[in-house]
Design a protein around this ligand. Sequence first.
Ligand code: MG
Length: 355
Amino acid sequence: MRITGMRCRRFDMRLKRPIKVASGEISSGGTVLVRLDTDAGLYGLGEGSGVPFVTGEDCEDVLSGVERLAEAAMGRSPFEIQAVHAAMDAIYSGHTAAKAAIDTALFDLMAKAAGLPLYRFLGGICPVVETDRTIALAAPEDMAAEAAGLAARGFRHIKIKTGEDPEADIAAVRLIREAVGPGVRLKLDANQGWTAPTARRVMRALASCGIDALEQPLPARDLHGMSALRRALDAPLMADESCFSPEDAANIVRLDAAELINIKLMKSGGLHPARQINAVAAAAGLRCMLGCMTESRVGIAAAASLAAAEPNIIWADLDSTMFFEESAEIRGGCTVSGPRILLGEEPGLGAEADF
Ligand code: MG
């Protein structure tokens, strides 16, 4: 089986409301899907969902990226995943969301060729993944009301955006803990918005709130700062913007800069490098979470398949489809019900899209 053609298209999904985080705001819901055709009649679907202030790509960049990167896959078998990644890296550094689209389409094809749903192709047994839900920055009272609603709908894990105003952060987290009671697990994500003294002060103030993890309090490149901060905090640190690649994961391990890594297909450039990041982390005793950008059900199905397959991925933060009115032009892949993501049993991703 050889790749013979590529199509790509922007799909617009209506955002229910803007998503504000400390490092920027997501105010529109476009994403890019890629379809790789083969001479065997099978095709693979993949998604590239860039967030400019994280991956450096918007939809236009992803579209132009995949046009160029698809050259790396043309004429090859989808099983030549290593060679395709090497060829893509020789065309562009970065462009990770565009690379993720090509990579995921190749995995969709491999799993289809094997006659297995992707989560099984990746080694998984159970098709269900439980996700948390993220609460964006807003007035503390509004964040607490949203948390109470999520807890009532069965969400047992909530991730709270922080990092803009430390006093508001403290107020919001306290109100949220009060609103959801002791049974809901809470994580914080400061999106690089704090200094080390601020992080220490806020986490001291929240000592009685039972925080499972603090994600990316310091700027992405400050691994030495993360390493020093880790020793001063009770809550485990998670690296997100600090970790795009297996090499980043190795540096985090070397510098002892985090206990957890938030893997996102859009940062890593797809499933193949994501598995390598997880392997580096697992070998060093770090656990991982599988997160997302603004993917549709195609990218979420891919990410959830990896989360379902890897025991070292202990948490999922795969809630992007809940923030959009989904496009009727994108179907299948997974069924989301409350915090539960149910993967399909069709071969591959089981997703379809109108091209
Ligand atoms: Mg994050």
